[in-house]
Design a protein around this ligand. Sequence first.
Ligand code: G4P
Length: 280
Amino acid sequence: MDIQWYPGHMAKARKQVQQNLQMVDVVIELLDARIPASSRNPDINVILKDKPRLVVLNKSDLAAPEATAAWLDYFNRNALPAVAVDAHHGAGIKKMIALTEQQARPAVQKYMSRGRLARLARCMVVGVPNVGKSMLINKLAGKKVARTGNRPGVTRGEQWIKLGSKLELLDTPGILWPKFEDPETAYKLSVTGAIKEQIYNPEEICLKLVQWLLEKAPDVLASRYKLDTIPGEIWEVIEKIGKYRGFYLSGGKIDSNKAAVFVIKEFREGRLGKFSLELP
Ligand code: G4P
């Protein structure tokens, strides 16, 4: 993520979400379908309390479909309605809107039962940086409306985006912090792109990724990078990919850093296949 979270940032982010929560009936908790546990804010249940919620697994176009199905089942079994979407291409969005509206219905009905005039249900999106909040909001709005950047900032006058005839969405997402203390979680956030380049060491991340890929899908690297054999040492695999791509430093040495950055980018973009890094 392009923000270093300090206690002050976290307190500010939490406060902003809590303020906006008062305006909505339901929260869309956006997670990365490839890492639903690691892309989850550790304090989410405390922050959202008993506010109705829909868990949305975004970037499902990049995740392993069977893993996404297992996660949806897991959330549903834990009384959290969940849906998978691909905010980039729009898959699952209609279902997401219908489920959000369904989750908000009791609050709206309660409001009207007090003799008030009918009103639209209101929702907001919350999630850690880079999970796709802006892309989802822009997709729903049909234009660029979501504020970009991952810093909880000053709330300007809120704008509402109409979703169908019964629901409206706050255009400002709630930005929350991930669970970065655990090295395994930090690795998953890095390799999927939630933590940006300047923070992690690409070669270290790539070594772990290549090792994992060789275990999970042994043929993927060989076929993508035309490797005749897979060397026993992982760093040699990365060098071989660098050689195949023609990444050389002056003096003729293979640029293994460039090769590592390249492999990570290919993985993030789904060019090596659809992979999920964790199961429920
Ligand atoms: P945020 O507001 O939660 O911080 O996330 P944002 O929408 O900025 O999305 C972060 C990155 O994830 C963007 O890529 C975006 O294109 C990508 N993304 C969001 N949703 C999806 C999805 O459903 N599928 C896929 N494949 N990608 C998704 P980026 O490389 O950081 O920027 P850019 O390529 O959009 O310029």
